[in-house]
Design a protein around this ligand. Structure first.
Ligand code: C5P
Length: 224
């Protein structure tokens, strides 16, 4: 049984206001990318880690992962979906059984999340860590509120999104022209049943200027 973590790091992260991609931001003495990658290398049950990057960032990448034992990087594409497909294709020669697809910009997950994902993958083809909603959700039409969404019927999707390799590779190929924002959406399109498990409140994605301000203005305690 071969399990590979595919780390998505080919984005430019323009919403952060930084002049370089957010995965190369330093926090508590190491880059976001290095911390994310280490989380998978240190986890039980992960055989290899492959990072998908923008080849333009190769120097930043090499510096960020110096000394870590990784598969050769795969080049990203114009969209996250293209980047994931490139990464999955790069894994084909290794014929993995399972793949955990994770955003580099989520460095705060714990080993427990990986353990629970792998345990759930034993019985399911696709597994999504997700969080119940704490806020009340409203539907809108422009600046007008049109209704209240039943928050018990929705969850917020996180990564790693976890799959048997064959079915997700096939879904990516089959629906390559259909824009989606995560990999579970492709599993849905392909009719693959998806099991969700509890994510982690701390497993947030660094996305905005505010996120960057928070992680650079305070020395984070090591929560891993
Ligand atoms: O921009 P956003 O935060 O939604 O991106 C999620 C993840 O996907 C990031 O880790 C980013 O580096 C990655 N990505 C990618 N290739 C792209 C766009 C985003 O690997 N073309």
């Amino acid at each position: 049984m071969t399990t590979i973590a595919l780390i998505m790091a080919a984005g430019s992260g323009t919403r952060t206001g930084l002049d370089f991609p957010k995965q190369y931001l330093e926090m508590s003495g190491e880059t976001v990318l290095r911390r994310t990658v280490r989380g998978f290398l240190d986890a039980d049950g992960i055989d290899h880690v492959l990072v998908v990057i923008n080849p333009r960032d190769e120097d930043l990448y090499k510096e960020a992962v110096a000394g870590l034992d990784l598969l050769p990087f795969a080049p990203g594409g114009d969209t996250r979906q293209d980047s994931v497909r490139n990464g999955l294709e790069a894994l084909a020669p290794l014929a993995p059984d399972q793949v955990l697809i994770h955003d580099a910009a989520r460095p705060f997950f714990t080993p427990d999340l990986i353990n629970r994902c792998l345990a759930a993958l034993k019985d399911h083809t696709a597994v999504l860590p997700a969080q119940p909603m704490v806020d009340t959700l409203k539907s809108v039409d422009g600046d007008r509120i049109t209704g209240t969404v039943d928050r018990d019927s929705v969850v917020a999707a996180q990564t790693p999104q976890c799959f048997r390799y064959g079915p997700i590779m096939e879904a990516h190929e089959r629906f390559r022209g259909r824009p989606v924002t995560d990999d579970i959406a492709l599993a849905e399109l392909a009719g693959i049943p998806v099991q969700w498990i509890a994510g982690e409140a701390g497993n947030t994605k660094i996305t905005t200027r505010e996120d960057v301000k928070i992680i650079t203005s305070q020395e984070l305690t090591d929560i891993r």
